[in-house]
Design a protein around this ligand. Structure first.
Ligand SMILES: O=C([O-])CC(=O)C(=O)O
Ligand SMILES: [Mg+2]
Length: 212
């Protein structure tokens, strides 16, 4: 289980309008990276089910997938520079920042919108030695491509994210950074299969079920 999970919001221009329409706020690109936290207890692995919480079903909450390039920190890091930031990265993997939109919009914080149990699928492999700034990222629901972008479209790239986050807090080995989602994520419902594919890494696949 990772020590902490930092996720970056609104980090692709292509996602700004979708996010603002569902979550509120303006559609300006954040001038600096916009981190939030997800809990380690929300992490699941490849092929584990994403469980839509009972209350989300009862309340008719819209739940969406979010395909994200995900970094795994390998070395303790405080005040990294853009020049040395990638020296602290063990490797990259796929992540799905599952989001319950009505709760994201209505609650004071994103605690259950982003960190309900099973809302952070990560995997299937950590791959070392890839250039994280130039990988194709794809999100699919039931085999249909819903999101696709190069990670060269990240507004704040991985070096900048690590510089900014580590100017505030210490990153530890095993910490995870989810770098934001592109385009228009799609709704996930019980019975669906969600895939996040990252070039050079592979496919993170998770079935969706409903809590009984
Ligand atoms: O929920 C949102 O739109 C913010 C976010 O996580 C992202 O941009 O990846
Ligand atoms: Mg996200």
């Amino acid at each position: 289980m990772p020590g902490k999970i930092i996720a970056i919001g609104r980090n692709y221009v292509s996602h700004l309008a979708h996010s603002a329409s569902l979550v509120g706020g303006d559609i300006e690109l954040p001038k600096v990276p916009e981190p939030f936290f997800k809990t380690p207890s929300s992490v699941v692995g490849p092929n584990d089910p994403i469980v839509i919480p009972r209350e989300a079903i009862e309340e008719g909450v819209l739940v969406e997938e979010e395909a994200e390039l995900t970094l795994v920190i390998g070395k303790q890091c405080r005040r990294a520079t853009q020049e040395n930031a990638l020296d602290f990265v063990l490797g990259v993997t796929c992540g799905n920042d599952v989001s319950a939109r009505n709760w994201q919009r209505g609650d004071l914080s994103w605690w259950r919108a982003k960190s309900s149990d099973t809302f952070s699928p990560i995997g299937p492999y950590i791959v070392t030695g890839l250039d994280p700034d130039n990988l194709l990222l794809t999100g699919r629901i039931n085999g249909e491509v819903i999101q696709q972008s190069g990670t060269d479209d990240l507004a704040h790239n991985c070096r900048r994210i690590i510089e900014f986050v580590s100017s505030v807090l210490t990153l530890e080995p095993g910490d995870v950074i989810m770098t934001g989602t592109p385009g228009e994520p799609g709704e996930i419902k019980r019975g669906d299969v969600v895939e996040v594919e990252l070039e050079g890494v592979g496919v993170l696949s998770n079935p969706v079920i409903a809590e009984e």
